[in-house]
Design a protein around this ligand. Structure first.
Ligand code: NAD
Length: 266
């Protein structure tokens, strides 16, 4: 019988906010396959939502991690180094942009908002790879989360489009640089899912409706669709995959999509 067995593997999951988070679904699948998980939460406000999930997953490492707070990400990797001495995989599932900038035109976004979105949503992946590299001395797998708005204009995705484009390009460069250490780096480009982060995007319900209509599979993606692909990529079944953007979107990316709320052109 074929099986995906991650017994003995150790991984860091960054990006669980609540039960609906894409990172929660991935963590459940990875734990179900036998992996041990280190889990982080954003801050004290988020902790009560993440703690029961971490406890159900029997996470031996559970620490705060706001990547914009100096030293917090480094402290997480230090805990991993001292407790485990190594790391096999890393699931980066975080994004942020200030609401004012996210909900306006890219043309009008502030330098501060753009920089903050890039630091939290993109540069944090680079920092995590930098910190993970010495711990992944037997090879490793890194996954980040992207969206179709990286490559085509999706109404209302605005500033996150160029941020995710930079993220996907970073995946290719990181994969190129870390390949000789057998560290694989991939992005999952997920279809629209109603999560906390998604609620910051204007007209998101319309995006969900249109996505379900336009996708060849005529359905929305659910977090576990992403979880199962994450498990496959991290396991040895993904051993030859690196530098890729893997679409988990019901095929939507082959179709393109126009939202009904798109303002008419004069
Ligand atoms: P979510 O709100 O559950 O997760 C977003 C996470 O980002 C939260 O856990 C939050 O704490 C974390 N975060 C924000 N700022 C942070 C900071 N400064 N430091 C550390 N963590 C921070 O939403 P989600 O949809 O599961 O988002 C996960 C990833 O998936 C994001 O990169 C998002 O862009 C991507 N994605 C989401 C969708 C979707 O439709 N939901 C589609 C494609 C890609």
């Amino acid at each position: 019988m074929e099986s995906l067995d991650l017994s003995g593997r150790k991984g860091l999951i960054v990006g669980i906010a609540n039960d609906l988070s894409l990172a929660t679904a991935a963590a459940r699948r990875l734990r179900g396959a036998g992996a041990e998980l280190a889990i982080t939460y954003l801050n004290d406000k988020a902790k009560p939502f993440v703690a029961p999930i971490a406890s159900a997953l029997a996470a031996p490492i559970f620490l705060p991690c706001d990547v914009s707070v100096p030293g917090q990400l480094e402290a997480v990797f230090e805990a991993i180094r001292s407790q485990w001495g190594r790391l096999d995989f890393l699931f980066h599932s975080i994004a942020f942009a200030p609401k004012g900038d996210l909900q306006g035109r890219l043309t009008d976004c502030s330098a501060e908002g753009f920089a903050q979105a890039m630091l939290i949503s993109c540069h944090s992946l680079i920092r995590m790879c930098h910190l993970a590299e010495p711990l992944m001395d037997q090879g490793g797998s890194v996954i980040t989360l992207s969206y179709y708005g990286a490559e085509k204009v999706v109404d209302h995705y605005n500033l996150m489009g160029p941020v995710k484009a930079a993220l996907e390009s970073s995946v290719r460069y990181l994969a190129h640089e870390l390949g000789e250490k057998r560290i694989r780096v991939n992005a999952i480009s997920a279809g629209a899912v109603k999560t906390r982060a998604a609620s910051g995007i204007a007209h998101f319900d319309e995006l969900l409706d249109e996505s379900a209509k336009a996708a060849p599979l005529h359905r929305l993606v659910d977090p576990d669709d992403v979880g199962r692909v994450a498990l496959t990529l991290i396991s040895d079944y993904g051993a030859a995959l690196t530098g890729d953007v893997v679409y988990v979107d019901g095929g939507l990316h082959i179709e393109g999509m126009v939202l009904p709320s798109r303002p008419a052109r004069a």
